[in-house]
Design a protein around this ligand. Structure first.
Ligand code: IVH
Length: 681
């Protein structure tokens, strides 16, 4: 393909993709399937790779990310990003209304009520219809330039295809993670052995600050816009209609209210209805509609006088604490759980609530038989927030946290600096053993589909296995017709099941098949604390095989990109335990993959021969990603931070002074992109 042809094709593909994206996000219509959409997008991405000179900042390929930003630039806001005063009662709202009436000296006025979306405020600048810059609120005066991350938000137009638009304007709104996306992400994290995220708001906030925009893209953030700057209009209502018409996502939950009574009805209407929305909301925002009135009312130091927020109380209910039970996780962590008299809360029935750890029970002074308050705030799992002491009966005894594991009786331990108790009987405590085997066979690990938790329990109860390595010693003869108990529920309605020939064959077959599963999955399957799938992949990429990993010192582990001390310590402790070494050796003998066999691209040259590089700043001839590819293709390695061990710092313009200082202090070779080019000639 000639350059000309490539340029035309890129323009054509970009237009098509913009068209379909806008159609989908603005009109909810799809004319092509997701598959076809992705096909066009992939064509565009590969053409842009081949002809980077035609990659434009508003290309639809920006949606999938790929940019790495180490430090976000600080940007001053053209219009300050203020916060809002809070109110919590109808009285407060009425007072606000009286202040407005007084200040407007009897001019008639109206309000626009909107929901208060619980996300992260974002300001986005457009020039000639093209998204130029997206900045977080920061301290209100200056924030972080997170443009490449914001571009991954599919409902945020990269290019506005409307004729008559102002040359420059700014829109503001709230970025959020839709509840269903958050739930799915947490399920995935759970299955990959990673810690669950607390709530959608914090997740959205953390995601927007991620360095790798392709991860941001995978997180499927969304945003609602609610303010417009730089366009002269008469009312806030007109601004909302204006931005909606340009193709921005405006939540159609707003409403015009002619007086404070109508505002209060709006508050009441959304009190429970807000739980039906795809996004968390924590209140409403009341804004004076006329822009002239807004200007007259002005601002205090922190917030506008023409707007206020009303915060809904976190929903709470009182119920009886019937007991406290304990769950033992596969890592031995003990989680206390409040067993409650079922109660209705924010649209669901709550029977159990998290108590986190012993400190929390002590702090709340919980006693069985107490009436307790349960709350559902931003967090998904309800929590116990207090006790109604007026209802406490004299014989409700102070609560003593267990000292021994409820499952195996071993004395519990508490690690330094941690609030959680652990059962240290790693290799003898039944739920830990069962949990580890369940983790091992998971589809993200060894993918032994035909084994379920009940069969695993049956195999353990019958003494056929004691750990995951024993799975590979099972034979068809040993398990065919095996009968075992099913513990259906707490009522004790147990039943017996026996493994039919077909199931037995399937189990043996899928165990056999799992011997071909790649090393990264096996490493993840071992169930090492803090070693989720991504960490396992990073380790495999670095060490290549189990022997190297077994021999790696704590320092070697910490030196791996993105492996911190916490992971390294946990990994080293696991690999130092005799029982674990035996498990690994047994897996090895059974023929599992403990060597990385995934295909690697042959390097172009080995001129950079394992030298390490940090890339920082902006470059004339290449993007940072391109430099990275060049280095890796010539046998070099990219690391994220400057340490004494670093070989080269490739420095561009606008590099942070602290990096330069550190590199100079360590005596590291600081080179330009031209020198790098020379090195690989
Ligand atoms: S208007 C000067 N409208 O609440 C007024 N803010 O406490 C600017 N928020 O920083 C804000 N939903 O992050 C406005 N419909 C809405 C909102 C909203 C959520 C957030 C926003 C702002 C914070 C103020």
């Amino acid at each position: 393909m000639t350059r000309e042809e490539a340029r035309d094709k890129i323009t054509d593909l970009s237009e098509k993709l913009h068209y379909h994206n806008n159609l989908y996000y603005q009109e909810n219509v799809s004319e092509i399937s997701d598959f076809e959409f992705d096909k066009l997008l992939n064509q565009l991405i590969s053409l842009e790779k081949e002809f980077p000179e035609f990659l434009s900042p508003d290309s639809p390929s920006q949606r999938v990310g790929g940019t790495i930003t180490k430090n976000f630039d600080t940007v001053y806001h053209e219009y300050r990003m203020l916060s809002l005063g809070n109110t919590y009662s109808e009285e407060d709202l009425k007072e606000f209304d009286l202040r407005i009436a007084k200040n407007l000296e009897e001019q008639p006025y109206e309000y626009i009520c909107e929901l208060k979306f619980d996300g992260v405020a974002l300001s986005v600048k457009y020039e000639n219809g093209i998204l130029k810059q997206a900045v977080t609120r920061g301290d209100g005066t200056k924030g972080d330039d997170i443009t490449s991350n914001a571009k991954t938000i599919r409902s945020l137009p990269l290019k506005i295809n409307k004729g008559n638009i102002p040359e420059k304007f700014e829109v503001r709104g709230e970025v959020f993670m839709p509840n269903d996306v958050f739930d799915k992400l947490n399920k995935e994290r759970e299955s990959q052995g990673e810690e669950k995220l607390a709530n959608p708001r914090n997740t959205a906030s953390g995601t927007l600050k991620m360095q790798d925009s392709s991860i941001v893209a995978s997180r499927k953030l969304d945003c609602y816009l609610y303010s417009l700057y730089g366009v002269d209009l008469e009312t806030h209502e007109e601004s909302l209609a204006f931005i909606k018409n340009l193709g921005f996502n405006v939540s159609m939950t707003y409403q015009k209210c002619r007086n404070i009574e109508e505002v209060i009805s709006y508050v009441q209407k959304w009190e429970s209805k807000r739980h039906e929305l795809p996004v968390e909301t924590d209140g409403i925002v009341i804004k004076v509609n006329s822009i002239a009135h807004q200007n007259e009312l002005g601002f205090t130091a922190k917030s506008p006088r023409w707007a206020i927020s009303y915060k809904y109380k976190a929903e709470s209910a009182a119920t009886l604490l019937k007991g406290i039970t304990y769950q033992v996780g596969r890592t031995g962590a003990i989680t206390p759980v409040a067993e409650l008299e079922p109660v209705q809360l924010a649209g669901t029935t709550v029977k159990r609530a998290s108590l986190h750890n012993a400190n929390e029970i002590e702090r709340l002074d919980l006693r069985i038989g107490d009436m307790v308050y349960v709350e559902k705030g931003g967090e998904i799992i309800p929590k116990v927030t207090g006790v109604d002491l007026t209802l406490r009966k004299v014989d409700n005894q102070p609560f003593n946290y267990i000292k021994h594991c409820p499952e195996c009786g071993t004395e519990l331990i508490r690690k330094e600096g941690e609030a959680v108790h652990y059962c240290p009987n790693t290799h003898g405590c039944p739920p830990q053993i069962q949990g580890r085997i369940e983790h091992f066979i998971h589809r993200n690990a060894l993918n032994i589909e035909s084994l379920g938790p009940e069969t695993i329990k049956g195999l353990l109860d019958n003494g056929l296995i004691r750990n995951y390595a024993d799975l590979y010693h099972l034979t068809f003869e040993k398990i065919n017709g095996l009968s075992f108990q099913i513990y259906s529920d707490k009522k004790g309605d147990n039943s017996t099941r026996s493994l039919r020939e077909k199931s037995a064959r399937n189990i043996i077959e899928s165990i056999e098949k799992s011997k071909n599963i790649p090393f990264a999955n096996v490493l993840f399957g071992l169930g090492i604390r803090y070693v989720g799938k991504t960490v396992a992949e990073k380790l495999v990429e670095h060490f290549g095989n189990m022997e190297q990993l077994l021999n790696a010192s704590l320092e070697d582990l910490i030196a791996v990109h993105e492996i911190g001390e916490r992971i390294a310590v946990s990994l080293r402790a696991f690999l130092d335990e005799d029982e674990n070494i035996q498990l690994i050796r047994s897996l090895e003998q059974s023929g599992l993959q403990l060597v990385d066999t995934t295909e690697k691209k042959e390097p172009l040259s080995n001129l950079l021969n394992d030298q390490t590089f940090v890339i920082s700043g902006v470059f004339q001839n290449h993007t940072r990603d391109e430099l990275k590819t060049i280095i890796i293709a010539n046998g070099g390695k990219i690391v994220s931070s400057i340490s004494k061990k670093l070989d080269f710092l490739v420095a561009g313009d606008k590099m942070g002074p602290s990096k330069l200082e550190k590199a100079t202090k360590f005596g590291i070779n600081i080179i330009s992109e031209e020198v790098l080019q020379d090195m690989i000639k």
